[in-house]
Design a protein around this ligand. Structure first.
Ligand SMILES: Nc1nc2c(ncn2[C@@H]2O[C@H](COP(=O)(O)OP(=O)(O)OP(=O)(O)O)[C@@H](O)[C@H]2O)c(=O)[nH]1
Ligand SMILES: [Mg+2]
Length: 519
């Protein structure tokens, strides 16, 4: 095999230059080695060029972005930020929304399957500690032994008369709220859903992470919902935290496109298993004993976000296509700060500012808030969400803090921030529907908020009261005078939210142009 001549013949400079000597090819390099080396170098150059190109694109995007209107969605965890973002997309970019809607199917399936698995975990715990589950309804020996009338009970003067045949049979039947072998069977038949949950998590790929029982995920992000807390308390100990970034959508072949054949078949497999469990899922959720068991264990999944068990029959079909309402009700916790470009397809687009916005959706839990800061400097507007239904709830990341109080403290720090002095701030007093439901169920506001006093314990009065409180703080603490925009919302109501957002958009554009002296 031909060897190359000495290095000095080809690389005379190498003799004098230690750096060139270090990176020069070996003197006795064979032809094959040379070809391999050159191929490696070409590949390294391609990667380096790709990196340079990426940096160039980012720099260009940054320059372009500088001219775009930037809206920051802020508020505590589960205040409705991501749901509001979905409403922006649905209202102003309906075509893009339509294309993306199908890609939410796997996330909704995962929300549903997780609820089922939470119930199954509780059921497994319960079945493990209770004496062997009774058979559901085994025939009594008396009724199988003879078809004739049972013998008359022997009279007794000391104690109650022994049960008659019918009474005896009734006594053998488990009480409606008791777990039986039927539940053991249900648990076994629904076991494949654990695999489906795992598969869907894998399919959603980098978008998912586990949250440990102490409430922190792999990044130390705490989870802050009754649902998560209940889940963490459940036997599983770990909670799933989905990152609301684009990666899961790409994994699912976002923008309505189907993924690769392999991904597609994984999704089909999950759908197939879920469809096969359809009747059992419905039976599990409709079962009195299961409901009683959940009540006993204080697991209220029906109050948790991303709860779809009431609609399981619709969602567990093979043909299931998510509706707009399904998508806005899905729970997908945001981790970090996610950037979205909203290209307006509707509304007046005469001005450049009305054509495209950048929206930042942030994770709202306490430990995520430090990540908001770098985005403040550049923001044109802030949409702050304060959930009004949570006056009787505590932060899961700090069980000493009332959630409404946390919202209020956060609001104060936002409105008084000097960095945000030029920002237009819009407030959504959100989750009004849940507030109304809670008050109707008899929860008393002044038990948790003594300052509310003996005002009427109804939703409009409370919303007005809070609107006033937030507005006062805005007026008193803002570093410069600015207008206050406050709305009472239920952002799961897409129709009502569409008209609110239309007015928010017009107001923001108007304010922006006024500030820039363009009107
Ligand atoms: N009933 C009702 N549910 C709501 C409302 N707003 C949001 N939700 C639900 O509450 C859950 C949490 O909403 P998200 O938009 O994910 O909350 P977030 O503020 O983005 O939360 P993080 O990402 O954890 O910061 C979702 O399942 C929503 O469907 C509302 O006004 N009414
Ligand atoms: Mg979110």
């Amino acid at each position: 095999m031909a060897k190359f001549q000495s290095r000095s013949k080809f690389l005379p400079a190498a003799l004098d230059d230690p750096l060139a000597a270090a990176i020069a090819p070996p003197a006795d390099e064979t032809e094959a080695e040379r070809a391999a080396r050159l191929q490696k170098e070409t590949e390294a150059k391609r990667i380096s060029d790709d990196i340079d190109e990426g940096i160039r694109q980012e720099r260009d995007a940054w320059k372009r972005n500088k001219a775009l209107f930037k809206l920051l969605l802020l508020g505590q965890s589960e205040s409705g930020k991501s749901t509001t973002l979905k409403n922006f997309q649905l209202t102003f970019a309906p075509k893009a929304w339509q294309e993306e809607r199908a890609s939410w199917r796997a996330v909704i399936q995962l929300n549903l399957v997780r609820s089922v698995n939470i119930v199954l975990d509780a059921l497994a715990d319960e079945l493990a500690v209770q004496p062997a589950a009774r058979p559901q309804s085994s025939p009594s020996p008396a009724s199988t032994a003879s078809d004739g009338p049972s013998p008359p009970p022997s009279p007794s003067e000391d104690g109650p008369a022994p049960p008659s045949g019918a009474e005896h049979e009734r006594a053998r039947q488990p009480a409606p709220a008791e777990l039986t072998s039927k539940h053991t069977l249900l648990k076994l038949r629904l076991a494949p859903l654990r695999h489906v949950e795992r598969e869907l998590k894998v399919r959603l790929g980098a978008a998912t992470c586990e949250v440990s029982a102490d409430g922190a995920d792999a990044q130390g992000v705490m989870h802050a919902t009754p649902f998560d807390a209940a889940y963490a308390r459940s036997a599983r100990g770990n909670d799933l935290c989905l990152r609301s970034n684009r990666s899961w959508r790409e994994a699912l072949g976002g923008s309505g496109e189907v993924g690769s054949g392999h991904e597609r078949s994984l999704e089909d497999d999950a759908t197939e298993v879920i469809a096969g469990c359809r009747d059992d899922i419905a039976a599990l959720w409709a079962d009195d004993a299961v409901r009683a068991m959940l009540r006993r264990r204080k697991i209220r999944i029906e109050e948790s976000p991303g709860f779809f068990l009431d609609e399981s029959e619709r969602i567990t079909t093979r043909e299931y296509e998510p509706s707009d309402e399904d998508v806005v009700r899905t729970r997908l916790r945001t981790v970090g700060v996610q950037e979205y470009r909203l290209k307006f397809e509707t509304g007046n687009m005469d001005r450049a500012i009305a054509k495209e916005w950048i929206m930042y959706d942030v994770g709202g839990s306490r430990t995520s808030r430090a990540a908001w800061l770098p985005y403040f400097e550049d923001a044109n507007a802030i949409l702050f969400l304060a959930p009004v239904s949570c006056f009787d709830e505590l932060l899961a990341e700090d069980r000493r803090v009332n959630r409404l109080e946390d919202s209020f403290i956060l609001w104060k720090s936002i409105v008084q921030s000097k960095l945000l002095a030029k920002c237009i701030i819009v407030l959504f007093l959100n989750k009004y529907d849940l507030l109304a439901k809670k008050l109707k169920a008899g929860v008393k506001i002044n038990k948790y908020l003594s300052s509310f006093g003996d005002r009427d314990n109804n939703a409009p009065t409370f919303a007005k009261y809070l609107h006033h409180k937030f507005r006062e703080q805005h007026k008193d603490l803002s570093p410069e005078h600015r207008s206050f925009y406050g709305y009472v919302t239920s952002v799961v109501d897409t129709k009502a939210t569409a008209s609110t957002l239309a007015s928010v958009r017009d107001g923001l554009i108007q304010q922006y142009l006024q500030k820039a002296d363009l009107v």
